[in-house]
Design a protein around this ligand. Structure first.
Ligand SMILES: O=C(O)c1cc(C(=O)O)c2c(n1)C(=O)C(=O)c1cc(C(=O)O)[nH]c1-2
Length: 534
C-alpha cells in the first residue's frame, strides 16, 4: 500500500485501504452490482467469529483479497473469499484498563501502509504488524493509561506519516494528535489540542485549567492530498462543568486543518466555544467538491454532535452553511459572520448550574457513527439521534485516573414516546432531510452508500439493513446474531461485489441509555460478508 494507492481511495474498487473508504471519508462506492433491484438477493457468504463479546466497531480493510479487521483484543487477517483466518495477533493490556475508558471497550480499525498493519490499543500504544504474518514490528507508547489516556481511534496515513488521536477527555487529560514514522515508529510530532499559555489560543484558558482541558481526538481525520491538509476533529472540554474553565477553550469542539508532515495547524474553526454539553466535534470531517451558490467549491462537511450540519470552505476554514439537522434548543442558529452559535437560555442556565433539558442530549444529534456522502445524489446519509437530555452541573475535583465531569449522572435522558433515531438523507447546505427512516432504538453504526442507489447500515438489535437512497424505503435486512455498531464497506473481487460489516453489541448507548429493550440482544463479535446470490 503506497501513498499513490491511498490517494486513489474508493475509486480503486478492489480494495478498501483506509478508514472512511477514501481520504475524503465519503464512504461511497461506485460499485453497482448490488443495487436497488438485486439487493433483495443478498445472502451471507461467510461469517468469521472474533471469539469476543465486546462492541465491535472496527471498519474492515481489504487489500488484495485479504481482510484486516480489529477488535479491542486482537488484530486479524482473513481470506476475503473463504472467511478462513490467515493470522490473529492478540492485543494485551493491563486489567485495570476498562475502568479508565469512558464509552466502550472497542477499537475502530487499522491502517495499511507499506506492507504493515497499524493500530492503536486501549492502553494507548500504537503498534505496527507485518501484514503477511501478523508479527509485531514496533510498538510505541503514546500516553499513560494511569493518567486517563486511552485509544480507540483508527490511524490515518497521510503523506507517509502515521497519524493517531487519543481518548480520555472525561478523565482530566490534555488531548493531542501524534505523527509517527511508518517504518520505525519514531515519534515525529505532537500537536496538542489544548494550547499551553504561551501558544496561540492559550489565552482562552484560565490559570491551570488547560492542563486538564480534555479535547480528545478519538475519530480519524480526513486528508486532501492536493492541499496536503489533514482535517481532524477535536472533542469536548473537560470537565463538563464549564464554570470551572471560563473562556472559549480552544481547540475543543473544533476542527483543525493540519500539515501531515509537521502537525502544524493551518487554520481552525470552533463549532461550540466553552461547551458544557459534551459536544465533541470529533465526528468525520467529510470532504467533497460541491456547488455552493453556483460555484464549484472544495468543502468540508460535518454533522456536528451539537445538532448543526456545517459546510466549510476547506481551503481556509470559512463558514458556508450551518443548519440544524435534528431538534436543537441550546442555540437558535449560527452567526454566519462570526461563526459562533447564538445561544439560548438553555446554555446560559446550564452554565449557571440550573437543571436544563437540552436538545440534542450529551450523546449528540449524531455520535461517532460515520455518515456517508453520495456525490451522485448530493446527500449525506447519517444515523441521527432523536432524544434530549437532562443536564445539571455539580462541583468537581480532579483525581488522576478518575472521572472528571462535574455533571449529575443520575438523570440523563429525555426520551419521549417517539422513535429515538433516524436514518436521514440530509441536504448538506440546508440541513433538511430529503427523507428520514425512523427507528425505535437508535443506530450507532456507520453508513455506506453506493452507485447502486443503496444505503447500508445496521441496527443495535442486529439487523444489517439496506435502504433505497432516493426514497428511504427499506429494501432488505438480515439478522446478524448480535447488535451492529460496525462500519459497512464494499469491494469487488473476481467480478463479484461484496459487502462486509462487523456485528457485536456494546458501545456508549448500551452503557448509559438504560434502554431495557436491548437486554435480549446477545453479545458476540463476528465479521459478516455478503454478496448477491449467483
Ligand atoms: O472524550 C473522549 O475521549 C471520548 C472517547 C470515546 C471513545 O474513544 O470511544 C467516546 C467519547 N468520548 C464520547 O463522548 C462518546 O459519546 C462515545 C461513544 C463511543 C462509542 O464507541 O460508542 N465512544 C465514545
Amino acid at each position: 500500500q503506497t501513498t499513490e494507492q491511498l490517494v486513489k481511495g474508493a475509486t480503486d474498487t478492489s480494495n478498501v485501504l483506509n478508514y472512511g473508504m477514501g481520504y475524503n471519508l465519503q464512504r461511497f462506492s461506485t460499485l453497482n452490482q448490488i443495487n436497488k433491484d438485486t439487493v433483495k438477493n443478498l445472502v451471507p457468504v461467510w461469517n468469521y467469529s472474533f471469539n469476543d463479546d465486546r462492541s465491535e466497531e472496527s471498519q474492515p480493510l481489504v487489500y488484495q483479497g485479504v481482510i484486516y479487521v480489529t477488535s479491542h483484543n486482537a488484530t486479524m487477517a482473513v481470506d476475503a473469499k473463504t472467511g478462513k483466518q490467515i493470522w490473529k495477533t492478540k492485543v494485551e493490556y493491563p486489567a485495570e484498563t476498562p475502568r479508565i475508558v469512558c464509552c466502550g471497550i472497542i477499537n475502530r480499525g487499522a491502517a495499511l501502509y507499506d506492507g504493515k498493519v497499524y493500530r492503536t490499543t486501549l492502553d494507548a500504544n500504537v503498534i505496527a504488524l507485518d501484514a503477511k504474518t501478523g508479527k509485531e514490528l514496533w510498538r510505541q507508547k503514546a500516553a499513560d493509561i494511569k493518567e486517563g489516556y486511552s485509544m480507540t481511534v483508527a490511524p490515518l496515513v497521510a503523506d507517509g506519516v502515521i497519524i493517531t488521536g487519543i481518548s480520555g477527555a472525561e478523565f482530566g487529560t490534555r488531548g493531542f494528535i501524534d505523527g509517527w514514522d511508518p517504518a520505525t515508529g519514531k515519534h515525529l510530532w505532537r500537536t496538542h489540542s489544548i494550547p499551553s499559555p504561551d501558544e496561540p489560543g492559550g489565552d482562552t484558558w484560565k490559570g491551570d485549567t488547560w492542563k486538564l482541558g480534555g479535547g480528545s481526538t478519538w475519530i480519524t481525520g480526513s486528508y486532501d492530498p492536493e492541499l496536503n491538509t489533514v482535517y481532524w476533529g477535536i472533542g469536548n472540554p473537560g470537565p463538563f462543568n464549564s464554570a470551572v474553565r471560563p473562556g472559549d477553550n480552544l481547540y475543543t469542539c473544533s476542527v483543525l486543518a493540519m500539515d501531515p508532515k509537521t502537525g502544524k495547524i493551518k487554520w481552525h474553526y470552533q463549532f461550540s466555544p466553552n461547551n458544557p454539553f459534551d459536544y465533541d466535534s470529533v465526528a468525520e470531517m467529510v470532504l467533497a467538491d460541491i456547488n455552493v451558490e453556483g460555484k464549484p467549491t472544495k468543502v468540508l462537511m460535518d454533522a456536528n454532535r451539537n445538532g448543526f450540519f456545517y459546510v466549510l470552505d476547506r481551503t481556509n476554514g470559512k463558514l458556508l452553511a450551518a443548519n440544524p439537522y435534528v431538534k436543537v434548543n441550546w442555540a437558535t442558529g449560527i452567526d454566519m459572520k462570526t461563526g459562533r452559535p447564538i445561544e439560548t437560555d438553555v446554555s446560559k442556565d446550564a452554565r449557571e448550574g440550573k437543571k436544563v433539558t437540552v436538545y440534542p442530549s450529551i450523546l449528540g444529534g449524531k455520535n461517532w457513527e460515520p455518515m456517508s456522502f453520495n456525490p451522485q445524489t448530493g446527500l449525506a446519509y447519517a444515523n441521527t439521534l432523536a432524544f434530549g437530555g437532562r443536564y445539571k452541573t455539580e462541583p468537581v475535583t480532579f483525581k488522576q485516573g478518575e472521572w472528571y465531569l462535574g455533571m449529575d449522572l443520575s438523570d440523563l435522558w429525555e426520551y419521549g414516546d417517539g422513535p429515538r433515531g433516524h436514518l436521514k438523507a440530509i441536504d448538506p447546505l440546508t440541513g433538511k432531510a430529503k427523507w428520514e427512516a425512523p427507528v425505535d432504538i437508535p443506530r450507532f453504526s456507520g453508513v455506506l452508500s453506493t452507485a447502486g442507489g443503496v444505503v447500508f447500515t445496521g441496527a443495535l438489535t442486529g439487523e444489517f439493513e439496506a435502504f433505497d437512497a432516493d426514497s428511504g424505503k427499506k429494501l432488505w435486512q438480515f439478522q446478524t446474531g448480535s447488535g451492529i455498531e460496525g462500519q459497512p464497506v464494499t469491494w469487488q473481487q473476481d467480478g463479484v461485489q461484496y459487502v462486509a460489516v462487523t456485528s457485536g453489541y456494546g458501545g456508549v448507548y448500551s452503557l448509559f441509555s438504560g434502554d431495557e429493550r436491548l437486554a435480549k440482544v446477545p453479545p458476540g463479535g463476528s465479521l459478516w460478508v455478503f454478496a448477491v446470490k449467483q
